[in-house]
Write a protein that binds this ligand. Structure first.
Ligand code: IPE
Ligand code: IPE
Ligand code: MG
Length: 249
């Protein structure tokens, strides 16, 4: 693993990796277990992937943990997931601090139970002095919620007269998004094999490199993550230019 890490570090490391952690339920059903067993195993993967991302020098890791649409799952699964997310973060906070990882949260906290918001906020403030990897959890998040909220806040500034319509630019929109403290993802990973984005960071992934693997999230290993980064390093990011223009830059 050390050789793989140092090999990758001699190339470009994505500054921001975003992951759609999918396949917990199918992983569990395949082993004849309840879906919740997959979510429990998924937490182990989060720990492993946070560790390898940090070792590689990734600056931001955004994990899609719970979508706006996931509120519509059976109440029992919703309750288990909320409890699991909060308990796992609290348990991991001392290790996050030790590893210089800063925690951040994006999502509609108004829909989350108060106990969960209070406890998550405490973990965020406990890790706020960390200067290494930022681990950003997307909980009760969807891109359409975020964009709607952003449009509302921009419209409020316009109606109060503090912003003029002509000053609304992509940069102003960026600065009003929940993700305003991060650059756009360089690499988007989806586990579980589905070729869709499920309402995740729609604005921000405009030029992200996409990597989809059939591997279910509980089976996704540090080596799999390194493999995704290796493939990222082989891509030519053209941002609308010709290949020749990019190579002459
Ligand atoms: C991803 O696993 C975790 C969440 C969406 C919270 P799923 O629970 O969606 O697992 P599958 O896709 O049904 O296998
Ligand atoms: C996406 O997974 C959301 C998260 C990983 C939290 P879903 O399982 O909810 O996505 P769909 O329903 O397959 O699109
Ligand atoms: Mg799923």
């Amino acid at each position: 693993m050390e050789t793989i890490i140092s090999g990758l570090k001699s190339g470009t490391i994505p500054q921001h990796v975003a992951i759609i952690m999918d396949g917990n339920g199918r992983w569990a059903l395949k082993q004849g277990l309840e879906r919740s067993a997959g979510h429990v195993r998924g937490v182990d993967t989060v720990r492993q992937i946070t560790e390898i991302a940090s070792q590689l020098g990734v600056r931001y890791l955004t994990l899609y943990a719970f979508s706006t649409e996931n509120w519509n799952r059976p109440q029992k699964e919703v309750d288990i997931l909320m409890d699991l997310i909060v308990t796992a973060i609290e348990r991991e906070t001392p290790d996050l601090i030790r590893n210089n990882v800063r925690l951040a949260l994006i999502g509609d906290t108004s829909r989350m139970p108060d106990f969960a918001v209070d406890r998550l906020k405490r973990c965020i403030s406990d890790t706020s002095a960390s200067t290494g990897l930022t681990l950003c959890l997307a909980i009760s998040y969807s891109s359409r919620w975020e964009l709607t909220d952003t449009v509302r806040r921009i419209a409020a500034e316009v109606s109060q007269g503090t912003l003029s319509i002509n000053d609304i630019t992509p940069d102003i929109i960026d600065r009003h998004l929940a993700t305003s403290f991060m650059p756009d993802p360089d690499l988007l990973i989806r586990t579980g094999g589905d070729m869709r984005v499920s309402n995740f960071l729609l604005w921000q992934i405009a030029y992200s490199e996409i990597y989809v693997t059939d591997t279910y999230w509980p089976d996704f290993s540090q080596l799999d993550f390194c493999n995704a980064v290796a493939l990222f390093q082989k891509r030519e990011r053209r941002f609308g230019l010709t290949g020749e223009q990019v190579r002459n830059q």
